[in-house]
Design a protein around this ligand. Structure first.
Ligand SMILES: *[C@@H]1O[C@H](CO)[C@@H](O)[C@H](O)[C@H]1NC(C)=O
Ligand SMILES: *[C@@H]1O[C@H](CO)[C@@H](O)[C@H](O)[C@H]1NC(C)=O
Ligand SMILES: *[C@@H]1O[C@H](CO)[C@@H](O)[C@H](O)[C@H]1NC(C)=O
Ligand SMILES: *[C@@H]1O[C@H](CO)[C@@H](O)[C@H](O)[C@H]1NC(C)=O
Ligand SMILES: *[C@@H]1O[C@H](CO)[C@@H](O)[C@H](O)[C@H]1NC(C)=O
Ligand SMILES: *[C@@H]1O[C@H](CO)[C@@H](O)[C@H](O)[C@H]1NC(C)=O
Ligand SMILES: *[C@@H]1O[C@H](CO)[C@@H](O)[C@H](O)[C@H]1NC(C)=O
Ligand SMILES: *[C@@H]1O[C@H](CO)[C@@H](O)[C@H](O)[C@H]1NC(C)=O
Ligand SMILES: *[C@@H]1O[C@H](CO)[C@@H](O)[C@H](O)[C@H]1NC(C)=O
Length: 752
């Protein structure tokens, strides 16, 4: 504490001397590790990326290359050296890594992504004409959503994290969330408060649901967490933090938002603890969290215990996330209450770390605008001194909040692209908004924007949108999307193929070009519980996707060796099949309305016994689309069979029923090999046979009754005990071709 206090004095002194920066209070958010350490870290990254070719580069971190007036902004400089090497100089490890990726992509035509790398680096290295110097217009480039921990990261080991942190650095991220392992800290806090292990075990949620346990949305579901889980996550977090910090990132740690286990009432019977309303259609056995009154000294006491223990374990970069009212309305809309509530959260941070900055998601303002009127928003935000919090404008790619809150009433904010819900797989993007939004936000009257960011609920899909958004973090004006995507199609496969370029132009003008707001979940009937009332409307012209499918198929012989091409071939075929499912769905509905049993049998058979099994085969042939991988990585973290079964239960539940009764049914749907056959196709099969039965018995289709019987099918999937392969099976080339030859002609037929 005293060491921290001393730092505070020194840093606050430094802060007070910065006249130019708009938010002097954010000045101290800088990498703590020395330039030399950052240089070594980014050199090691390069070694992992390029192996022996690493020696062709000279990487240097030097924070003094920017003048005093720009000292908080990241910069990189590229130049060719006389000996043929390329020098990348930058203000932080992240800045150097970003410069390196800029060189590799712009000069060498390389590409890295979640679905594969294309790293054919020319020899000798292409020369950089003169000096390329890029300074980021903003302090921060943020990454992660609290939900990404559950939908994507939950089963990751260090190897996968290491790769992701490399990706972050190359993508320019300098402000990542670092939420792993916090349950291990809470475990200690709860025990020292006097709870017993049974009470803790009854309260916590399972690994796949930690995001919502942390936000107070739910409790007591799919747990408990074993001590080995906590220990493992703690170790992982140490490695993650060490690596992030060594690259010059500022990891954001969690702080106390006010949620406590119900059993706390045993220890403090006189405390004022309110129960919030239910969340996510869960009943109060699993939601209706206990929230401590922010006025009570116990609030500060617990907040302090947690943060002290956390900092003791992990050290800190002075920035913390807490969300008290995420998707849950406060018990009062009185501005005084809201100000004191946010002030209490902030106070619990600064009593431990006087330099604390509070990072808060701005999702609530968009999610519940009826509650969050200007007075309420302002009250909550002004409960904290201006500049001591940063708001994530979480869904700015569709519904920015800065514009209707006068730029968050003076608090700094980060323009974020959310893009993805539930880690659904499906092509989606708002490229025009991404290419405009950050610039509009920056030039908004009295704008308080301090960065750009990525806040997807899930990752490892739609690489292209993330690559585009990452570029925005370093730009001062929009780019030419047509030109950009044509180059992207070349880099991604390592060579120019006109068919592939044509496919990408079509995708960019259709699936990736949502220009008006709609719910962005994958709403394909394929991944939803069958009913006669599914919404199959689209934001794009499906013939563009079918044509892209044809173009990709035409590029196969040229590009098949490329891993990223194979991924995209599977993905475009998958997207086309998803559209075909909608066509079959319409046929089924029409057949039913026309009392045609034959029509139902024909379309039903084609759908559940041909198209979907073929899709399952296709997905099973690519390592990025495997149910088995999700399940096996879950099991691999267990120390015994019982734990492995619990993790598998978590993994299977999250992507299907979600909660105990199908509470957020199919929210996190996935198009994966294994899941198509044994979950989605089963449901469609049951739907068709039910419709046929209805026609035969001359009774109307009863959705409520169908829901009851289909729930059995859904539950059966969770306990079916089948082990799905963790490695791809089958020949993508053959399967994709067969699907195309059989089904592409049908798309033509339907349009003529
Ligand atoms: C860092 O850059 C500054 C400003 O250009 C320069 O004076 C200094 O020598 C550099 N430091 C190192 C270690 O190269
Ligand atoms: C934990 O506390 C509960 C009361 O909340 C009590 O019923 C239970 O016996 C205790 N369990 C242990 C293992 O001490
Ligand atoms: C909540 O639902 C579960 C089953 O989904 C049930 O077992 C439990 O009794 C319910 N709790 C309440 C408080 O209704
Ligand atoms: C208890 O807390 C709630 C909100 O947290 C507040 O509205 C209420 O007035 C408090 N009750 C008492 C008795 O302090
Ligand atoms: C911007 O801030 C200035 C100074 O606080 C104020 O006078 C002006 O009205 C603000 N402009 C807008 C458009 O809010
Ligand atoms: C964008 O690039 C395309 C392809 O090079 C070009 O045809 C188009 O005119 C450019 N658009 C603008 C606005 O410059
Ligand atoms: C997206 O759609 C808009 C409006 O339909 C159009 O003007 C724009 O050119 C499209 N953008 C791309 C990248 O195709
Ligand atoms: C969709 O694209 C096709 C082919 O370019 C075109 O014929 C059709 O009119 C378009 N449909 C709509 C609704 O724009
Ligand atoms: C029923 O079938 C007739 C003739 O095949 C067709 O014209 C009509 O559109 C169908 N009705 C529905 C609701 O599909």
């Amino acid at each position: 504490m005293s060491a921290l206090g001393l730092w505070a004095v020194v840093l606050l002194f430094a802060v007070s001397r910065c006249a130019q920066c708009r938010f002097q209070t954010l000045e101290h958010l800088r990498p703590a590790v020395r330039d030399k350490v950052q240089t070594e870290a980014v050199q090691e990254l390069l070694q992992r990326l390029l192996g022996s070719r690493a020696r062709d580069f000279l990487l240097t971190v030097n924070r003094s290359i920017v003048g005093a007036e720009q000292q908080t902004l990241d910069r990189f400089e590229l130049r060719s050296l006389l000996d043929g090497r390329v020098s990348v100089l930058g203000t932080t490890g992240v800045a150097v890594a970003t410069g390196l990726y800029r060189y590799l992509s712009s000069f060498c035509g390389c590409h890295i992504s979640w679905s594969g790398d294309q790293l054919e680096v020319p020899s000798p290295l292409p020369r950089v004409p003169g000096l390329v110097r890029v300074t980021s217009p903003n302090r921060f480039r943020y990454y992660q959503n609290v939900c990404t921990y559950s939908y994507s990261f939950v089963w990751w080991n260090w190897e996968r994290w290491e790769r992701e942190i490399d990706w972050m650095a190359l993508s320019g991220i300098n402000l990542p969330l670092a939420f792993t392992g916090q349950e291990a800290i809470w475990q200690r806090v709860y025990i020292s408060l006097g709870l017993n292990q049974t009470e803790i075990d009854n309260f916590v949620v399972g690994p796949a649901f930690l995001a919502w346990g942390r936000m107070g949305n739910m409790h007591s579901w799919a747990g408990p967490l074993s001590s080995s889980w906590n220990k493992n996550q703690l170790n992982l977090q140490h490695k993650i933090l060490l690596r992030m910090r060594s690259l010059g990132m500022l990891p954001v740690l969690p702080a106390f938002a006010g949620f406590v286990p119900g059993a706390i009432t045993r220890l403090f019977p006189k405390e004022n603890i309110t129960r919030l309303g239910s969340w996510g259609h869960l009943n109060c056995s699993y939601s209706c969290s206990y929230l401590l009154d922010s006025e009570t000294p116990l609030f500060q006491h617990i907040g302090k215990m947690f943060l002290l223990e956390l900092i003791k374990e992990f050290d800190t970069n002075h920035i913390y996330n807490a969300d008290t009212f995420n998707e849950m309305s406060p018990s009062s809309s009185d501005p005084k209450y809201l100000s004191s509530a946010s002030n209490a959260v902030f106070k619990s941070m600064i009593q431990v770390d006087p330099l604390a900055i509070w990072l808060m998601q701005g999702w609530l303002f968009v999610n519940k605008p009826s509650f969050w009127q200007p007075t309420q928003v302002k009250a909550l935000l002004h409960g904290v001194p201006l500049g001591r919090m940063i708001i994530l404008d979480l869904f700015a790619d569709s519904r920015p909040a800065y514009s209707f809150t006068e730029s968050f009433y003076g608090q700094p904010f980060i323009w974020c692209m959310l893009h993805n819900f539930g880690d659904n797989i499906g092509m989606y993007g708002t490229v025009e908004t991404i290419n405009k939004g950050p610039f509009e936000a920056r030039s908004f009257p009295n704008s308080t924007m301090v960065g750009t960011g990525l806040t997807p609920e899930g990752i490892e899909q739609n690489d292209v949108v993330y690559e585009l958004m990452n570029e925005m973090g370093w730009r001062r004006e929009p780019l030419n999307l047509t030109e950009w995507v044509m180059l992207y199609a070349q880099r991604r496969y390592g060579k120019k193929n006109d068919h592939a370029v044509a496919a990408w132009l079509l995708l960019f003008q259709s699936v990736y070009n949502n220009t008006f707001y709609r719910p962005d979940h994958n709403r394909s009937p394929l991944v939803h519980r069958p009913s006669l009332k599914l919404d199959i409307s689209l934001w794009y012209n499906k013939s563009d996707v079918y044509e892209a499918w044809r173009q990709m198929q035409a590029a196969v012989s040229d590009l098949f060796p490329s891993e990223t091409f194979r991924y995209d071939l599977v993905d475009v075929t998958r997207q086309s099949v998803q559209l075909l499912v909608s066509e079959f769905y319409e046929d089924l509905k029409n057949a039913f309305l026309n009392y045609s049993i034959v029509g139902l049998q024909t379309s039903g058979n084609a759908l559940s016994h041909d198209l979907l099994p073929e899709l399952d085969k296709l997905l099973s042939s690519n390592r990025h689309f495997l149910l088995g991988h999700w399940l096996e990585t879950a099991r691999s973290l267990a120390t015994n069979e019982k734990e492995a079964d619990l993790y598998e239960f978590n993994a299977r539940s999250q992507i299907t029923l979600w909660g105990p009764g199908g509470n957020l049914l199919d929210y996190a749907n996935k198009q994966w090999g294994g899941l198509i056959n044994d979950y989605y196709a089963q449901r469609w099969d049951l739907f068709v046979s039910t419709l046929i039965k209805c026609l035969k018995m001359r009774v109307p289709f009863n959705q409520a009754h169908f829901n009851q019987i289909v729930f059995q099918v859904e539950q059966n999937f969770i306990v079916n005990k089948i082990r799905y392969p963790d490695k791809p099976v089958g020949n993508t080339f053959e399967i994709a071709k067969k699907l195309f030859l059989k089904y592409y002609p049908q798309t033509i037929k339907r349009f003529n």
